[in-house]
Design a protein around this ligand. Structure first.
Ligand SMILES: Cc1cc2nc3c(=O)[nH]c(=O)nc-3n(C[C@H](O)[C@H](O)[C@H](O)COP(=O)(O)O)c2cc1C
Length: 431
């Protein structure tokens, strides 16, 4: 069995997308599971496969995990508690210790906790990826234990193509292999038929990234990993300079693909919105007199230059009302934000909390607009006066970018709404 382990959310996405046709039945994710991933189903050859449903304790990573390696009592306690506390199989990943004797003693104690399998990164805690991986120590562990041992650390020196994975498994006498960097450099490592050319893999990856709305910084990171030594090439320089998915596409000659995909996605969104009944959430007024609705701001359903806050400001101006005032609080527990907007002495608020102050303000503006049946600026919605205003020279103050002052936990951030000239918002911030 071949197993992939990677933790950076965008890398995970890249990895899942690109390995879709490969021979990698299990992908291990650590605690950083992207929300978008949670909403996805993995489809393998047309069938839907359930997630691995496994708990993995990682004692191999630099920092706290690896530091634990010198405290076997604590390791044993943690693993025993985990094994007893869940009906799912618990696995564990370690690095090797300075001496073989200590390593074997540790893995035997780990095995006794009842874990289902152990992954061994064949390097010591202080060793870097360029240090040779110790196949002999992994082999000694595999020969000592009766639970499955997963060999790890072979990328570069041992694993450069699919066939090498089995070679590494044999060299370590392990039952399976976990691949990280080699999969990041070229995800087609999992194809039994052999590696696909990098240009082909990168193009396929970029197309997936655009179609599935991957954030460009993740896409860029993954492509940099694939380009590696070629980062100084003209294409590498273009990639390095890219500041959006569109610029990444252009760097790879996929500008037309980007445009076309955006048109398709916009059309699909507009179509979806047209079919989605709006205002299903009835506004309610609570005892404090605040009008509340369970809504959230989704940037994707608005044209690039339009936001609910702009619509609300525009409406207030037309009605000769004072401009909206937003008061935002941050909940210390999970650092989520909630904003209350006051318009004509009435307060409006969403019952749902947001990841950033900017998002919370947009959400509050939606509650105000929606509860009054006003246009919010969503795609497919008519709002001619707003568009007209944008074409004309806007009289908003462009000098103060919104939401740049961080909200201190528990603190109320009170400030009148100031719209940017270009209406630009960093809406993925905090995603
Ligand atoms: C992008 C990336 C993310 C990783 N995340 C984790 C992690 O969350 N936990 C962990 O124990 N190791 C992590 N690793 C280390 C790998 O699992 C692996 O131990 C190491 O890269 C050696 O395997 P390789 O030679 O196949 O790359 C990560 C490695 C990479 C490249």
């Amino acid at each position: 069995m071949v197993l992939g382990l990677l933790s950076i959310p965008g890398v995970i996405k890249a990895f899942l997308l690109c390995s879709g046709t490969g021979d990698c039945p299990l992908i291990s994710l650590q605690e950083l599971v992207d929300l978008k991933m949670l909403q996805c189903k993995r489809v393998v050859n047309g069938e839907c496969s359930p997630g691995p449903g496994m708990v993995c304790a990682q004692l191999a990573r630099g920092g706290m995990g690896a530091a634990l390696l010198s405290d076997p009592d604590k390791i044993e306690k943690i693993l025993s508690t985990l094994v007893k506390g869940t009906h799912r199989p618990v696995t564990c990943k370690i690095r090797i210790l300075p001496s073989l004797e200590d390593t074997l003693s540790l893995v035997k104690r780990i095995e006794r906790t009842g874990i289902a399998a152990i992954a061994v990164h064949g390097r010591k805690r202080e060793e870097r990826p360029q240090h040779p991986v110790s196949c002999e120590v992994i082999k000694a562990i595999a020969e000592t234990l009766s639970i499955p041992v997963i060999a790890n650390g072979g990328s570069h020196d041992h694993i450069q193509k699919h066939l090498d994975i089995e070679g590494f498994r044999q060299a370590t006498a392990a039952s399976s292999v976990m691949v990280a960097r080699a999969a990041m450099w070229n995800p087609s490592i999992f194809l039994k038929d052999g590696l696909r050319p990098l240009e082909e893999v990168m193009e396929k990856y970029i197309k997936y990234a655009v179609q599935y709305d991957n954030h460009y910084t993740n896409t860029k990171y993954c492509l940099c990993q694939m380009l590696r030594e070629q980062l100084e090439s003209p294409q590498g320089r273009l990639l390095h300079a890219a500041q959006s998915s569109q610029e990444i596409c252009e760097a790879f000659g996929l500008g037309a693909f980007y445009e076309e995909t955006m048109r398709e996605l916009d059309a699909r969104r507009a179509d979806f919105l047209a079919k989605t009944p709006e205002g299903t959430e009835e506004p309610t007024e609570d005892t404090t007199g605040i009008i509340k609705m369970a809504v959230r701001f989704d940037r994707r359903v608005y044209p690039p230059q339009v936001t609910p806050k702009m619509c609300l400001l525009e409406w207030c101006r037309r009605e000769k009302l004072a401009q909206p005032v937003y008061e935002t609080v941050q909940r210390p527990l999970d650092r989520m934000f909630c904003s209350v907007v006051t318009v004509a002495e009435q307060k409006y608020q969403s019952t749902l909390w947001d990841k950033s102050k900017k998002l919370a303000e947009q959400t509050a503006a939606i509650v105000c607009l929606r509860s009054q049946g006003l246009p919010e600026g969503r795609l497919g919605e008519e709002n001619p006066s707003l568009n007209k205003r944008k074409r004309e020279a806007p009289d908003q103050d462009p000098g103060v970018p919104r939401g740049q002052e961080p909200a201190v936990p528990g603190e109320i951030c009170k400030k009148p709404f100031v719209a940017l000239e270009n209406g630009e918002e960093s809406l993925l911030e905090g995603w």
